[in-house]
Design a protein around this ligand. Structure first.
Ligand code: ADP
Length: 431
């Protein structure tokens, strides 16, 4: 037997039995003597168990009870285990305190939510930005405290790939950026930061563009008016000015187009969408635009329409017209005479699709992700020649966003391009 404690224990049992046998033998009752020896051994075990029980249940933090042999070893081993557990608990507690402390001092707000969206913990910044109260709001459902419809929609959609911007529920003048992520078993972590300054700058930029565009419109109208008068009466002008007047008129028209696109874009960005929206039939709209595009290109493009007439799109008519017009005129501009343009309107089980396909010059893949940026052009000189403003696809993107739609572009240089506007099913009505 390798463990000396076991040896001691067995030796004690053997000694008690022997002593019992001997004493019993002297009295002529050896079995009774041995039974008394075994009982004494058992009583000792019971007494030690009792001390162990009292120690574990009443005063586990104190030193273990005194005992010898195997019992002593057992008590010591339990005491060591317990001390190790205690110091591990202490280390973890310090780590949690440290983490909380560091999260608390973050300039960003952080809120930890359990799988039922109850608040488990929040830091000071979150309390300040979101108006949460500590400790009263701990354990409360977050959606009972943050009830703004845009937050509820963002929270419940569970698509947290992009952050949400909204006014602070604690101070309406402040703007917040909120980002959620899942962790563990559907617990959520909410991060919030104050973006009031960025928001203000962005609002100033939008106002500035809108104001400048607006202010430029009046003088430009006067200039264009005079130039048109000159152009209409060429015989009253010295011949050497004919070309100059034509060019000035052309450029002032381009500028008018630019200003009206800038104004439209800033309206799309700033003015909230009208409440009432009507189901629109797209074929008449596409037919009218196709006619305009044919006229603009002197009938040198073949434009075909395939539209599902039973399918209506719920939306803002002028914005939908803008989307279609920009795509159709781009297709006409970036296609050679003799080119073919296909306009389609159809739906499947997932969505509605408005598609403009051409067999024109196409676009290299590297440019595609940037086409909807303002003034981004694949080929500056070509776009200028075609009279583009560089804002067409930015307008398409913003108008689509207001209809919860997105733009998908596929293209191959030299073969043609296909621009598809994807509208969610909720925007479709069947006639
Ligand atoms: P622009 O007024 O210059 O046409 P847009 O925003 O409408 O501005 O388009 C951005 C750029 O995308 C264009 O300059 C052009 O290079 C490219 N583009 C748009 N539509 C087409 C198309 N159908 N075929 C080829 N290139 C296109």
């Amino acid at each position: 037997m390798r463990n000396p404690s076991w040896r001691t224990e067995l030796t004690l049992l053997a000694a008690l039995l022997m002593a019992g046998l001997l004493a019993g033998g002297l009295l002529g009752r050896p079995a009774l003597g041995a039974a008394i020896g075994a009982t004494l051994f058992g009583l000792r075990a019971i007494a030690n168990l009792r001390s162990l029980h009292t120690w574990l249940t009443q005063n586990v933090d104190s030193e273990p009870p005194e005992a010898r042999g195997l019992w002593g070893d057992l008590f010591d081993a339990l005491y060591r285990l317990q001390r190790r557990g205690r110091s591990e608990r202490e280390r973890l507690r310090r780590l949690v305190d440290y983490m909380r402390e560091s999260f608390s001092s973050l300039p960003y707000g952080a809120v930890m939510l359990d799988p039922e969206a109850n608040i488990e913990w929040s830091n000071r910044a979150a309390e300040r930005l979101l108006g949460l109260r500590y400790p009263e709001d701990m354990g409360q459902q977050l959606l009972n405290l943050l009830r703004s419809p845009e937050f509820v929609a963002y929270f419940e959609a569970e698509d947290y790939s992009k952050p949400l911007e909204m006014a602070s529920p604690a101070q309406a003048s402040r703007w917040l950026e909120i980002q959620l992520t899942f962790f563990g078993k559907r617990s959520r972590l909410l991060f919030v930061r104050d973006v009031t300054q960025t928001h203000k700058l962005e609002a100033m930029r939008k106002d500035f563009v809108a104001n400048v565009s607006h202010e430029l419109r009046t003088p430009l109208t006067v200039i264009s008016g005079y130039l048109e008068t000159f152009a209409d009466n060429p015989d009253q002008l010295p011949p050497r000015l004919h070309r100059a007047v034509d060019q000035m008129l052309q450029q002032s028209r381009r500028m008018e187009g630019l200003i009206s696109d800038l104004l439209l874009l800033s309206r799309l960005e700033t003015v909230p969408q009208k409440e009432e929206q009507v189901p629109l039939a797209l074929r008449p709209l596409l037919e009218a635009l196709a006619d305009d595009a044919r006229t603009a290109t002197s009938g040198e493009r073949t434009i075909t329409i395939e539209a599902d007439d039973s399918l209506l799109l719920v939306g803002q008519e002028d914005e939908i017209r803008s989307i279609c017009a920009n795509l159709v005129f781009n297709a006409a501009r970036y296609t050679q005479p003799g080119g073919r343009i296909m306009l389609r309107w159809y739906a499947d089980l997932d969505a509605g699709y408005l598609q403009v396909e051409d067999d024109g010059c196409g676009i290299a893949p590297a440019h595609i992700p940037r086409l909807t940026e303002r003034f981004y052009r694949v080929d500056d000189s070509r776009s200028m020649d075609t009279g583009g403003t560089g804002l067409g696809l930015a307008i398409v993107k913003h108008a689509l966003l207001r209809h919860q739609g997105r733009l998908h572009i596929s293209s191959e240089p030299g073969k043609g391009s296909c621009f598809t506007c994807v509208f969610p099913r909720e925007r479709l009505v069947t006639r």
